[in-house]
Design a protein around this ligand. Structure first.
Ligand code: GMT
Length: 365
């Protein structure tokens, strides 16, 4: 098969999954990745051809940033024609699925479109009145539509009134890459990684860490960057724990930190899947997370982590301490987490599901 993947190249989970999927599919198929920049996890001299979407800078577009959707559609059409693609797989509906639809029309239906919804593209950005109509249309027009969790499927069906079947294909992680590493210090490491948006509730993590750090020798590693970071740095300073809270910014090899961590915190308000938690689980790291969305499908309370009510900082601290003060429990949860990953979330379990979907759609052609 000849497959084109359109995604965001940034540190977010959708871009990561799209890029990893491209690499894995490239073992059997011809793969093209189309975006405005090289995605973080795209190997330099790998087997995936990268096609950069060039943007025209024009004064008229300054306050009307419509040019990316159009440039992406043109680039997709160009790649479909030049390489005779069978499938365009759009990760994140806005604008990727919309551009893919346009490209398909330009190329007179010669390639089929699969859209994978990752969460915020559906219920946050996509459901905004300015985008809802066009997002709904692009979902409905996709030849195949997938969501990364049951939660996202249900929510999309309710909010968008979609009649098209949405297949749930969860995210995956490479257990060879994301594994336990040897730690050289006794100090406990609590970890979090995200794009530091308000819905990630970084202040809850910092406050819970302060409580935990009064009882045990630990440090907090915060991976990622985003709008909440300056506020979070200020909070750590005000709480006088700056010496133990480390802001690492965007990190390329996140597995090197996760592999040595003892606990992962994800107290988000919303999370369609929680890829960051899955990566931690693969490294045998127990997760304390909110009892919401895709996290409820991923984590089993009292087996491989704990689930708390959103905003319950006390419970976040309590469960963190409970895990870290009991090495046996920490190890048991970590092992259970890894087992779950191996059973349900490895590439060999997930990638064929996308291939089957492509094949089903192409059969109808
Ligand atoms: O968390 C974000 O805001 C980034 C966003 C993205 O597009 O990368 O993440 C979404 O997709 C990830 C990959 O499928 C999921 O693991 C995240 O749960 C989801 N984020 C939200 O639903 C908030």
């Amino acid at each position: 098969m000849k497959i084109g993947i359109a995604c965001f190249p940034t540190f977010g989970g959708s871009g990561i999954i799209a890029t990893e999927l491209a690499h894995l599919l490239a073992k059997k198929h011809e793969l093209h990745l189309i975006s405005y920049d090289k995605p973080v996890r795209l190997e330099k001299d790998g087997d995936v051809s990268f096609h950069k979407v060039e943007l025209l800078e024009y004064p008229l577009f300054e306050r009307v940033p419509c040019c990316y959707s159009l440039a992406l559609a043109s680039k997709l059409a160009d790649v479909i024609r030049s390489y005779k693609l069978d499938i365009i797989h759009a990760h994140y509906a806005v604008p990727n699925a919309v551009s893919a639809y346009l490209a398909k029309q330009i190329c007179k239906d010669s390639a089929k479109v699969v859209t994978t919804l990752h969460g915020t593209d559906s219920y946050l950005v996509g459901s905004h009145p300015s985008y809802k109509e066009v997002t709904q249309f692009s979902m409905q027009q996709s030849d195949g539509l997938t969501a990364v969790s049951e939660y996202l499927k249900e929510r999309t069906m309710t909010e968008f009134n979609i009649s098209k079947e949405i297949k749930v294909i969860p995210n995956f992680v490479d257990p060879q890459e994301f594994r336990r590493l040897k730690k050289d210090r006794e100090q406990k490491i609590i970890c979090h990684s995200s794009n530091f948006r308000p819905l990630k509730r970084i202040p809850d993590i910092i406050k819970a860490f302060r409580t935990a750090s009064r009882e045990i020798n630990c440090k907090l590693l915060l991976i990622g960057d985003g709008p909440e970071r300056p506020k979070a740095e200020k909070l750590a300073k005000n709480l006088e724990i700056s010496d133990r809270v480390h802001f690492l910014g965007n990190v390329k090899n996140v597995q090197e930190i996760l592999g040595k961590s003892d606990l992962f915190l994800l107290p988000s308000e919303d999370e369609s899947f929680g890829l960051a938690a899955l990566e931690a689980m693969s490294c045998e790291v127990p997760v304390v997370a909110s009892n919401i969305g895709g996290l409820k499908e991923l984590i089993t309370h009292g087996v491989d982590g704990y689930l708390i009510t959103v905003g319950d900082v006390e419970a976040l601290a309590e469960y963190s301490l409970k895990t870290l003060q009991d090495p046996k429990l920490q190890e048991e949860f970590g092992k259970n987490a890894r087992q779950k990953v191996l059973k349900k979330y490895t590439p060999d379990k997930i990638v064929p599901r996308y291939e089957n979907l492509y094949n089903e759609i192409l059969k109808e052609r």
